[in-house]
Design a protein around this ligand. Structure first.
Ligand code: ATP
Length: 208
């Protein structure tokens, strides 16, 4: 878990269910490190509102797999900010309120998928959360960047003080849904999740 020795830094935040973490998430974090001038990336596992045994992993399994996946990277850590709260309280604005209070000298860069950029203004309290962090939208350079730039201009006009940037990244063709299906059928996960994560899934018979 993240420590408090981070005051004055710039930190990227990557929220997700990470059920399980896969190499697409790691590639996204690496792109954030390379392009966003951040010292660290914090992975923020969210609580699951609906939990069905066998279909989703328990929180401690999701965190254990994240720990295994992030172990090789000294600049990637897990934040428990959303695990400390009730699932109903895990709105981005609440998460950023908590983090900016706890780390007043840190500038956070909240990473979102390019698709989320489309409906950012429908999230709770955009006028507030857009002041609390920079938002970085992960987009494919070729197809999505033009549309994303237009949206960024619109948000910066509608919400004075908002700061949004692009994070260019070629998508990695993997999702947690696919990994869960592979776990169920026994298909290989090679090249899709870190080896230690695949071993953990098999050993603990997750998603069966
Ligand atoms: P699921 O299949 O269960 O919906 P997921 O693979 O999309 O899960 P999440 O934990 O929901 O994983 O994703 C967390 C963040 O990582 C989101 O911002 C999402 O846009 C991003 N992300 C997910 N998959 C990839 C990928 N293959 N490449 C780059 N970014 C990804």
């Amino acid at each position: 878990m993240n420590s408090r020795e981070t005051q004055g830094n710039r930190i990227a935040l990557l929220g997700g269910t990470f059920d399980p973490v896969h190499l697409g998430h790691i590639a996204l974090a690496e792109a954030a490190c390379q392009q966003l001038q951040v010292d660290k990336v914090w992975f923020i596992p969210t609580q699951l509102r609906y939990y069905k045994k066998g279909q989703a992993a328990e929180v401690y399994d999701r965190v254990a797999m994240l720990s295994l996946a992030l172990a090789p990277f000294s600049n990637m850590e897990i934040s428990d900010v959303e695990l400390r709260k009730r699932p109903e309280d895990n709105y981005t604005v609440n998460t950023l309120r908590t983090l900016t209070k706890e780390y007043p000298d840190t500038r956070f860069v909240f990473v979102i998928g390019g698709d989320s950029l489309e409906h950012l203004s429908t999230w709770r309290a955009p006028e507030e959360f857009l002041q609390l962090a920079t938002f970085a939208a992960a987009v494919r350079e070729d197809v999505d960047a033009k549309r994303a730039r237009a949206l960024i201009r619109k948000y910066e006009k509608d919400y004075p003080g908002a700061d949004l940037v692009l994070l260019k990244m070629d998508p990695v063709d993997v999702s947690s849904t696919e990994i869960r299906e592979r776990a169920k059928t026994g298909a290989s996960m090679e090249g899709l999740v870190p080896e230690a994560v695949e071993r953990y899934i098999r050993k603990n018979r997750l998603y069966m």
